[in-house]
Design a protein around this ligand. Structure first.
Ligand SMILES: Nc1nc2c(c(=O)[nH]1)N[C@H]1C(S)=C(S)[C@@H](COP(=O)(O)OP(=O)(O)OC[C@H]3O[C@@H](n4cnc5c(N)ncnc54)[C@H](O)[C@@H]3O)O[C@H]1N2
Ligand code: MOO
Length: 398
């Protein structure tokens, strides 16, 4: 059976998805969520011409030939505008963020003034408009400043607040059920029998789900038993995505394919031209999506990045559905590649604003210690010829 190229597998997985429905959240709960529609400013910022400095508001023409004496007639502070008008030869004490008083057109910073009682001497001149933020400098009411699909990071949240939005329309987070399978697995903290190991994949995959904007749901560990795997899949009926860990291959104890089919999923079972991560499974049952990740821990994590994170991004309507690639320089020679696109765990070194990639010499897909020590992946296309140290290569940084 021909191996499916990575890009085609991702396209098939992401094709024809329905976006998550919108919900409205208070600003304080919207961090890391994704906007469900464009957001326009409900107000202008700043709403008035404002001082950018602490000093004196006055008319530039009055201090064109310093030193110049001015009469202090009042004060404007942030939140407390000055009600009067600045006339010829007059000034108002002003603080950063205060509205510019009527009649004034510039701010003389206090470092350039002497004050005695209500007499202020300008020691230097200041052109009109100096240290004045015009009304609408930042944005004007009606401007669309945040677009649908935008991830609400700290910058977007501050802007949304300034735009006058106390609640935000966001996409509901996809609920991603994660089921580990295998008689050999025990939870961290439990004591494995001599022929067992500690299940590690859930924790890494749950972290990737959270980072991508999904909500992980722990379905625990199912033994290699068709009925039990079916029961756990059925228990995730309210989840948008069901992720199965392991049991995807061709062994006598690999049941996840049958379990999904018997639970009503139409399957697209792939052998992918990818290392690590050859056996990958996807399926649909109505709007629900199943994704079977390979059991080998590194294959699981790499496929999580290449397929599960993009799937969550696509369900949220985000543009970033492929892992971002960069260019690096190879730090060692590499042999020719076979038909599987290779994702080599590598240490990345920064030298003179370039990345140097040092792939680890042993790349077994069970080796989590190497995975954790890596800074990223070197991507080698299928059938890449031998490459020499110093040649350019593609990388995905963690
Ligand atoms: N004859 C063939 N054998 C295998 C093939 C193949 O094409 N032909 N593919 C190999 C590749 S590549 C991979 S990857 C594995 C994937 O197999 P499964 O997805 O069925 O995974 P399991 O057999 O259940 O487990 C593989 C390995 O990973 C460990 N594992 C599983 N789940 C977890 C977990 N939650 N936490 C930690 N470790 C886990 C499991 O104990 C096994 O050691 O198949 C190859 N075989
Ligand atoms: O995908 Mo498998 O990880 O090559 O062992």
């Amino acid at each position: 059976m021909a191996l499916v190229p990575v890009e085609e597998a991702r396209r098939r997985l992401l094709g024809g998805l329905r976006l998550m429905p919108a919900e409205e959240l208070p600003l304080g709960e919207a961090f890391a969520r994704t906007l469900a529609r464009d957001l326009a400013a409900t107000r202008t910022q700043p709403p008035f011409a404002a001082s950018a400095m602490d000093g004196y508001a006055l008319r530039a023409e009055d201090i064109a030939a310093p030193p110049a004496r001015l009469k202090l007639i009042g004060e404007a502070a942030a939140g407390h505008g000055f009600a009067g008008t600045v006339g010829a030869g007059e000034t108002v004490r002003i603080f950063t963020g205060a509205p510019m008083p009527a009649g004034s057109d510039t701010v003389l910073i206090q470092e350039n003034a002497d004050r005695e009682g209500d007499v202020v001497t300008a020691l230097e001149g200041a052109p009109a408009g100096r240290f004045v933020r015009a009304a609408g400098l930042d944005f004007s009411a009606g401007e669309t400043l945040l677009s649908v699909g935008r991830r609400l990071d700290e910058r977007a949240l501050s802007l949304a607040a300034a735009m006058g939005h106390a609640r935000l329309p966001v996409r509901r987070r996809p609920r991603v059920a994660i089921l580990a399978t295998g008689d050999e697995l025990v939870r961290p903290g439990e004591t494995p029998r001599p022929d067992q190991i500690v299940a590690s994949n859930f924790h890494g995959i749950a972290a990737l789900v959270t980072a991508a904007g999904g909500a992980p749901v722990d379905l625990g560990i199912a033994p290699d038993d068709l009925t039990e795997i079916r029961r756990r899949i059925a228990s995730a009926g309210d989840c948008d995505v069901v992720t199965l860990l392991g049991g995807a291959s061709v062994g006598d104890h690999d049941f996840t394919r049958r379990a999904l089919e018997e639970e009503g999923f139409g399957l697209d079972f792939w052998k992918i031209a990818m290392r690590p991560g050859k056996p990958l499974m996807s399926g649909r049952c109505g709007e629900r999506i199943a994704l079977g990740l390979p059991g080998n821990p590194v294959a699981s994590l790499v496929c999580g990045r290449l397929f599960l994170m993009p799937l969550i991004a696509a369900l949220l309507g985000r543009a970033d559905t492929a892992p971002p690639e960069e260019t690096a320089t190879l730090g060692c020679d590499l042999g020719a590649n076979d038909q599987r696109e290779d994702y080599l765990r590598a240490r990345l070194e920064r030298i003179d604003s370039a990345w140097i990639a040092h792939p680890f010499p042993v790349q077994d897909s069970s080796m989590l210690a190497v995975m954790a020590a890596a800074d990223g992946l070197v991507v080698r296309p299928p059938f890449a010829p031998p490459a020499a140290a110093g040649e350019a290569c593609r990388i995905i940084r963690f």
